[in-house]
Structure formats: structure tokens, C-alpha cells
Design a protein around this ligand. Structure first.
Ligand SMILES: Cc1cc2nc3c(=O)[nH]c(=O)nc-3n(C[C@H](O)[C@H](O)[C@H](O)COP(=O)(O)OP(=O)(O)OC[C@H]3O[C@@H](n4cnc5c(N)ncnc54)[C@H](O)[C@@H]3O)c2cc1C
Length: 303
């Protein structure tokens, strides 16, 4: 693509697509580069998104793309961005399809992704009866008997959160240490069992958890699981370009979605630790307004 577009958006999840919608409506030339690996692809339904509660992730994207493509200045490329160079006003993104996209502003909306799950049987139930976020899927598992797989130091926090949905759950620290005596005492006081043995495997039928088998011979019968996955950013491109990132890899942005580099923005899971589709979409919209303001201010000065 020879033309220099106003904005290149890398990532076409809720954040990147909502940014594209706002920018398209603001008459800006936009290219969204997306390789279609959304973090919630494993799940059947997305919850908690007003007017879209229960929609499948693929249907969500289909409707979003249909609506965005009504704005002629927005183009969506199904490709992977592999390298980004340049500075404000003249960025270049190279893709695996050997395309080069040139743009004035950049938005990283690359999301986060799970590192491989290391508990045998977890992959089979992930997104069906094992979830990561009670705000997303707690309602579906309400009042059920649950296994909460969580590292020691976060156990009390998770117990408090989960207790809003059910009072029948067991904390499984999966062999990780870190619970203090005070924390164990607090969980005991609230009648929350804690099992420290490493997990051997998860037994399930057609994606539905039946029991969690522990190395010490104990079994926990349950119908659902919440667990804390290890997350990494969807792509290191922002970091490689020189954007400041946190220790966990999240892109550092200010309240206007600006990164530490001029002309470079980030939104959604990539730049936040509040993992919800509606939050990602709203951060994408915010980034779009911020980018559009800068583009308009520059055009205004040239008039
Ligand atoms: C199992 C599960 C269930 C969930 N359920 C819910 C729910 O019910 N409700 C809810 O609100 N939230 C839910 N979430 C969270 C929600 O999925 C995320 O918060 C949301 O998808 C984040 O949107 P995003 O646009 O930031 O990132 P994503 O949706 O992850 O999109 C990022 C996109 O960027 C693309 N990308 C990355 N790098 C590149 C590259 N180099 N080149 C091209 N493209 C690239 C990816 O392929 C992907 O398409 C769930 C998450 C999980 C894991």
C-alpha cells in the first residue's frame, strides 16, 4: 500500500475495532491489521457487554466489521504485523504477507495472550467450564461447587471475589507456596478449604469439569473452575519500537492512551489490566478520540 494513511491499528479485537469505528466516522484513513487470534476465542459467549450479552466472539467480530466497513476510509487487512519502524508522522509496518503499510499515527491494540496451560486436562475445559474472570462468567457458574486454582499470595483476594457468586469453593494452590499463616487463618475463618497439593489432572466430559485429581491422592468434585492464567502481551512490537512497558509487558499509557513515544498509542488489554471486552472497546474509543484530536490540530495549524 503506497499511500500514507492517517492511522495504522495493529489488532482487530474490541479495542482496535472500536477505535477504527470512531476514526472512520471522523473521516480518517485507517488500516487495521489483524491476524484473528483473539484472547477469548476459546469461549462460546461474551458476557457483560451491554446490548451484546451472550454473543459469541466470532459473531461479535463479524457484526463489528460489517458496521466498520460501512465507512469507506477504513480497511481491514488479515495479516500479521511483524515489524514497526519510524517516528511520528511516518511509521512503517511490515507484515508476514510482505506488505508495507505507512501511517502517521500508530495504535497498538494487540491484546494479551495466555501462555500454554500447564495442567493436564485444563485445555479441554477452558472456555466451557473453566474460566479466568468471574465478572465474565461468574453468573454461569453461580451457586455451583467450584475449584479455584490460584497461587498462594492471591488466594484470599480470589476467595473474596468468588464468594459473591458461590459459597461452595475450594482453593487449590497447585503446589505454589506463598500463603501466610494469617491468610490461612482468614480462609479457615470463612470456611474456605485450601488444598496445597500439585494438581495431577482435570477430569471432564465434553468440556464440563467433573473432578480435579491431586498428586496427594485427594480429589475435588466440582462443576467449574476459575484459574489465573499466565499472560503475555499479544505482540512485542510496541516494546521493540521503544515504548515503555511494565514488568509484566503491559504498554504504559497516560489517560489519553498515549504511550511514551509521540504519535504512538495503545488500548485494550495490551495497555490495561482490566480484562473485559467492553473496557477494551471503550479504551479503543478513547484512543481514537485522542489520535483524531492530534490529527485535527495538526491539520488546523496548516490551514
Ligand atoms: C476465556 C475468556 C473469556 C472471556 N470472556 C469475556 C466475557 O464474557 N466478557 C468480557 O467482557 N470479556 C471477556 N474476556 C476478556 C476479553 O476477551 C478481552 O478483554 C478482550 O478481548 C480484549 O480486547 P482487545 O481488543 O484488547 O484484545 P483481543 O480481543 O485479544 O484482540 C487482539 C487482536 O490483536 C491481534 N494481534 C496481536 N498481535 C498482532 C500482530 N502482530 N499483527 C496482527 N494482529 C495482531 C490478535 O490476533 C487479536 O485479534 C474473556 C477472556 C477470556 C480469555
Amino acid at each position: 500500500m503506497e499511500k500514507t494513511v492517517d492511522v495504522i491499528i495493529i489488532g482487530g479485537g474490541p479495542s482496535g475495532l472500536n477505535a477504527a469505528l470512531v476514526l472512520g466516522r471522523a473521516k480518517k484513513d485507517v488500516v487495521v491489521i489483524d491476524d484473528g487470534r483473539p484472547r477469548n476465542a476459546v469461549t462460546r459467549e461474551t458476557h457483560g457487554f451491554l446490548t451484546r450479552d451472550g454473543i459469541s466472539p466470532s459473531e461479535f467480530r463479524k457484526v463489528a466489521k460489517q458496521q466498520i466497513l460501512a465507512y469507506p476510509s477504513v480497511h481491514i487487512m488479515e495479516d500479521t504485523a511483524t515489524a514497526v519502524t519510524g517516528t511520528e508522522g511516518s511509521f512503517e509496518v511490515t507484515t508476514t504477507g510482505n506488505k508495507i503499510v505507512k501511517g502517521r499515527k500508530l495504535l497498538f491494540a494487540v491484546g494479551k495472550k495466555d501462555l500454554p496451560l500447564d495442567i493436564p486436562g485444563l485445555l479441554e475445559v477452558y472456555g466451557k467450564s473453566a474460566f479466568v474472570c468471574p465478572y465474565c462468567d461468574g453468573w454461569e457458574l453461580r451457586d455451583q461447587s467450584l475449584g479455584i486454582i490460584v497461587g498462594g499470595d492471591k488466594a484470599v483476594h480470589m476467595a473474596k471475589v468468588i464468594s459473591g457468586w458461590t459459597n461452595r469453593f475450594t482453593i487449590l494452590t497447585n503446589g505454589t507456596d506463598g500463603l501466610t499463616d494469617e491468610q490461612r487463618e482468614e480462609l479457615k475463618l470463612h470456611h474456605v478449604p485450601v488444598l496445597d497439593s500439585p494438581i495431577r489432572s482435570i477430569e471432564s466430559e465434553e468440556g464440563m469439569v467433573r473432578q480435579i485429581l491431586l498428586e496427594d491422592g485427594n480429589n475435588v468434585e466440582c462443576t467449574g473452575i476459575f484459574f489465573a492464567p499466565k499472560l503475555v502481551i499479544g505482540s512485542d512490537l510496541a516494546k521493540n519500537l521503544g515504548c515503555e512497558v511494565t514488568e509484566s509487558g503491559t504498554v504504559v499509557v497516560n489517560e489519553f492512551a498515549k504511550t511514551s513515544l509521540p504519535g504512538v498509542f495503545s488500548a485494550g488489554d495490551a495497555a490495561s489490566e482490566m480484562y473485559q471486552a467492553i473496557t477494551a472497546a471503550s479504551l479503543g474509543a478513547l484512543a481514537a478520540v485522542s489520535i483524531n484530536s492530534e490529527l485535527n490540530a495538526k491539520a488546523w495549524d496548516k490551514r
